[in-house]
Design a protein around this ligand. Structure first.
Ligand code: FES
Ligand SMILES: [Fe+2]
Length: 581
């Protein structure tokens, strides 16, 4: 006979005289002896434990950090649970913390068993939650903030993703708590968690953002197409007979085949290789083989209409020959999206001259996609990591420089004016271990700078949220398109370009200088390694957080010192807003 545990176990906020609202939360069939499940009551995570014929309910999150207690180690003989993150120990029956690093006892909640149903007093959970939130002295990590509402189902030992929101959004039933609500400390789950990544795809890449997809110069004529991506989602960018540029998903409406197989080319129409469903250059379904069957048998239903099965099309805009797509129909113009200051830098590079594509690279990087944005919002590393950069004076502490962000914090431009290495001060050299006195180049033309832009900066790296890096490194010009493939990896697609009026010597110069960047560039390769090292550190030492505290005088946003992480903080202010975290 299973016992009910609601007498005498209530927390201070759950006195028996107060209102009781029993709510069914799980079935006994799924809660085996010596195990736990996580459930969610109106945004509060609860752990349900079974100890023989007893069922107990406590707060689901460790009072130390955000360890999920239903994933913890239960010792039925002692009636304790050990947090899986840092081994804080709690008494399951009383919620009492048994040892550090627990910072407080757990709330315990009244439980009732009715047949095979497990019920919890939801009113008590709500009161306890309100009391905790109102306790300003409580450490932030011990709080249980509102998460995505929804009553959880059940599963052994881990929190289940039950009751997905009706709009298809990924539902969070774990708690994600930003440490102390402080932008200068970033928790690792931002980079390593699959649920966080899934929500990024929904809310950022498929949300109200303009995503780079192609250069118009790659599609000069009717029928020209190129495969691209919006986030991880494959799309086709095609120029139709009316001159319009169309972006649609590379996913057949019949059986979902990724129908466009060539990276780029020229087509009259797109024919899916599986069953030859055929689409025009705007993504409209225009033909189905054997639609009426054969000899009166088979075929599609009589009421099947081609026009109801066009490919999913995205909103498209083009600015100075650069094409962007969005899943959002209601979104500001591209100029408003960038804001005036970032737009000015964008237009300094895309200055109206027609583009000439010089070539492509692509490679994968074993890290979270946001680390690439951060790398280019982190001028601090540039002066320290890159031997080539500091030795040849491309970016040196003390150079005239600017780390610009837009008002939202999502976009950035790292800008600097090239100096002569001779001008590097003795003090700066001492701090820069990678400065190599006396290194020279056999091919000094590599570092020539031909002034061609209306800009005080010889180098600008623009990070256009969420998937575009625009590189103007003296005269080598490139697009980098981020294609995330999961929390731990992304693909980088590079498109190097010059301008139609370039003579042979200028094109050679751009190509020569292109050796600075790319998968194995004199500068690029060190960044690629650094991103891997950061991801490795986060994955292999779980449950951590790390620091972006430099330049506290600039809380988040534009700064004119290189020794700053204010632009990274600005990006996370925006990210948290978009993600609701
Ligand atoms: S999957 Fe494309 S035609 Fe069948
Ligand atoms: Fe770098």
């Amino acid at each position: 006979m299973l016992k009910n545990f609601h007498d005498g176990l209530a927390t201070a906020s759950c006195m028996t005289s107060q209102k009781v609202t029993w709510q069914k939360v799980a079935s006994l069939d799924v809660l085996r002896d010596g195990e736990a499940i996580g459930i969610d009551i109106a945004g509060t995570t609860i752990a349900l434990f079974r100890l023989g014929d007893e069922v107990h309910a406590t707060s689901g999150i460790c009072s130390h950090e955000f360890g999920v207690l239903a994933d913890g180690f239960i010792e039925p003989a002692d009636g304790t649970v050990e947090c899986p993150l840092h081994q804080a120990l709690f008494d399951i029956r009383t919620g009492k913390a048994q040892c550090a690093p627990a910072t407080a006892d757990l709330n315990v909640y009244p439980v009732r068993i009715d047949g095979s149903d497990i019920l919890i007093d939801a009113a008590c959970v709500q009161r306890a939650n309100e009391a905790t939130l109102a306790t300003t002295a409580a450490p932030a990590a011990a709080r249980e903030p509102a998460a995505v509402p929804g009553l959880a189902g059940a599963g052994h030992g881990r929190i289940q993703n039950a009751n997905p929101a009706s709009d298809g959004a990924a539902t969070f039933t774990r708690q994600y708590v930003w440490p102390d609500d402080d932008l200068s400390v970033i928790p690792d789950w931002v980079y390593t968690d699959k649920l966080v990544y899934d929500r990024e795809v929904e809310r950022i890449f498929h949300g109200r953002t303009w995503n780079y997809v192609a250069l118009e110069a790659e599609l000069p004529s009717t029928g020209d197409f190129i495969r691209s991506n919006v986030g991880p989602t494959p799309v086709v960018v095609a120029r139709a007979a009316d001159g319009s540029i169309n972006v649609f998903e590379n996913r057949c409406m019949h059986r979902a085949a990724e129908f466009c197989r060539e990276l780029s080319g020229t087509a009259k129409e797109f024919i899916c290789p599986y069953h030859q469903w055929t689409y025009d250059l705007r993504g409209n379904l225009i033909g189905i083989p054997f639609r009426r069957g054969i000899g009166g048998k088979g075929g599609m239903p009589a009421d099947f209409k081609l026009q109801d099965h066009n490919l999913r099309r995205l909103n498209v805009t083009s600015h100075r020959g650069v094409v962007f797509a969005s899943y959002a129909d209601e979104i500001e113009s591209f100029a408003d999206y960038l804001g005036p200051e970032v737009l000015r830098e964008f237009e300094a590079t895309f200055d109206g001259r027609k583009l000439n594509v010089l070539g492509h690279y692509r490679h994968s990087l074993p890290g979270n996609w946001k680390l690439y944005h951060e790398n280019l919002k982190d001028p601090y590393h540039a002066t320290l990591l890159h031997t080539f950069l500091v030795t040849f004076g491309l970016l040196v502490a003390g150079n005239r420089s600017l780390m610009l962000t837009d008002g939202s914090g999502r976009h950035g431009v790292m800008a600097s004016a090239k100096s002569d290495a001779k001008s590097v001060s003795g003090d700066a050299k001492k701090e820069m271990r990678n400065f190599q006195e006396g290194f020279t180049l056999r091919e000094p033309r590599l570092m020539d700078y031909v002034e061609e832009f209306d800009s005080p900066w010889s180098v600008t790296m623009a990070t256009i949220w969420p998937n575009l890096i625009l590189q103007r490194e003296m005269n080598t010009l490139g697009i980098r398109q981020i294609v995330p493939t999961g929390p731990h990896e992304f693909i980088m697609k590079w498109t190097m370009f010059g301008f139609e009026g370039d003579d042979e010597a200028m094109t050679r110069h751009r190509l020569r200088q292109g050796n600075l960047m790319g998968p194995a560039g004199f500068l690029g390769l060190e960044d690629n390694e650094a991103i891997k090292f950061v991801q490795d550190g986060m994955q292999r030492v779980p449950g951590g957080k790390h620091l972006v505290k430099l330049d506290p005088q600039t809380p988040a946003g534009t700064t004119d010192t290189l020794i700053s992480e204010a632009a990274i903080r600005a990006m996370y202010r925006h990210w948290r807003h978009e993600m609701g975290l």
